[in-house]
Design a protein around this ligand. Structure first.
Ligand SMILES: Cc1ncc(COP(=O)(O)O)c(C=O)c1O
Length: 396
């Protein structure tokens, strides 16, 4: 065995010794508010992005099946060669109209959409300004920019610091502020009203990655701009969470922005188009959401119920309308151990540690779905109560 492979094995052994090795949970059935595990048990699922319960929805499955019959399994091509199907255009038109934008283009993931957006629209003499807790895909998107693009990072949700960055960027050709609408590890919201105000005054564009807000926030699930009643310039999002839960990402914005992405963005020029089944299922999911805003209302009620009850048990809970509710543990190995104990008690939840979150801030991340019943949420509370008694008895 080569020395390099032995070195890598030692790294893995170290993760095991420190209790930080992630073991995948294997599901033997579909994604839902409860899931079947490969040990035969059915447990309440508290860690899925399936916020609207659409991942196994008959209408969504039918949309995917119809697309499979009409367009087959694969595109066999990137978009600009021969991979553009009428279904892609239909989906993109629907997304743009849903969010009140001029145009849209899709990618195989929101990771790709973010990595497409930032380096494509910015070049020499431009500045990108990013929240320090933005999703890894945004951080990497900024890193992918040409060295001639200035990258500024402001302290999390610190709009005074953002204002300083804008001041520093005053002379730039193009300025782009990019933020998560809902921060994926904290569950808090970007202060969009203030960000938009500063951007307008500083002549900057605002891009929001609303992956965790679409289908979740706003009266009709249009995300953080709808929640706050503000308009942003560019929206990126995933089709892999509330909007069907499969895969795919998009950018929706003014026509010229999308045109440039289609002409120049590397993840679209050099990577296959969204598979027809995924596009068809996602389109059906979006249509279902547009027709049934009451699913969003139900989700928002479940979120409020969950947060209120967790707080009543004595946990420290951020007052946020998002469906992501972290419970801070601190130590990575302990977070993973508690998650395993909760699984033994019938609740699937993930313990996140470094490098997904900063050192010393390991956490359990609870995610709520509109598909959770009150009974299921109460079962979860019973488990959280047992965990509190064992680990945090002094918290109340
Ligand atoms: C804020 C944010 N952006 C982008 C992504 C990536 O989405 P996708 O799975 O479509 O690549 C995620 C997924 O975790 C996310 O939380």
């Amino acid at each position: 065995m080569s020395k390099v492979i032995n070195d890598i094995r030692a790294d893995i052994d170290m993760l095991r010794r420190e209790g930080k090795y992630k073991k995948h949970t294997v599901l033997t059935g579909p994604m839902g508010p409860t899931v079947k595990l490969d040990d035969g048990r059915e447990v309440v699922n508290l860690c899925s992005n399936n916020y609207l319960g659409l991942a196994n929805e008959p209408e969504v499955i039918a949309g995917a099946q119809k697309a499979l019959q009409r367009h087959g399994f694969g595109t066999g091509s990137v978009r600009f060669i021969c991979g553009t199907m009428s279904l892609h255009l239909e989906l993109e038109k629907f997304i743009a109209e849903f969010f009140g934008m001029e145009a849209c283009t899709t990618y195989v993931s929101c990771w790709n959409a973010n990595e497409a957006l930032v380096p494509t629209i910015l070049g020499e003499g431009d500045v990108v300004i990013s929240d320090e807790l933005n999703h890894a895909s945004i951080i990497d998107a900024c890193r992918l920019c040409s060295k001639k693009v200035t990258r500024l990072v402001y302290r999390h949700n610190d709009t005074a610091h953002l204002a300083e960055c804008l001041q520093q960027a005053q002379a730039a050709r193009r300025k782009l502020i990019i933020v998560d609408g809902v921060f994926s590890m904290e569950g808090d919201l970007a202060n969009l009203p203030e960000i938009v105000k500063l951007a307008r005054a500083g002549n900057a564009l605002v891009a929001v990655d609303d992956s965790h807000a679409h289908g979740v926030l706003g009266k009709t699930g249009k995300g953080t701009p709808e929640h706050f009643g503000v308009k942003v310039d560019i929206i990126t999002g995933t089709l892999g969470k509330a909007l069907g839960g499969a895969a795919g990402g998009f950018v929706t914005a003014a026509g010229p922005v999308i045109d440039l992405l289609v002409q120049r963005s590397r993840p679209q020029l050099f990577s296959n188009a969204l598979p027809p089944t995924v596009a068809g299922g996602a389109l059906a999911a979006m249509k279902l959401l547009a027709k049934n805003p009451q699913r969003v209302t139900k989700l928002q009620e479940n979120v409020a119920y969950f947060r209120k009850n967790l707080k009543n048990l004595g946990y420290e809970v951020l007052d946020s309308p998002s469906a992501i509710c972290p419970i801070i543990i601190g130590d990575t190995a302990e977070a993973i151990r508690i998650a395993r104990e909760m699984l033994d008690m019938g609740v699937l939840i993930t313990g996140f540690g470094y490098p997904v979150v900063p050192q010393g801030t390991a956490r359990l991340r609870a995610q709520i779905s509109s598909a959770h019943t009150t009974e299921q949420l109460d079962t979860v509370m019973g488990v959280f109560n047992r965990i509190r008694e064992k680990y945090f008895a002094s918290a109340k």
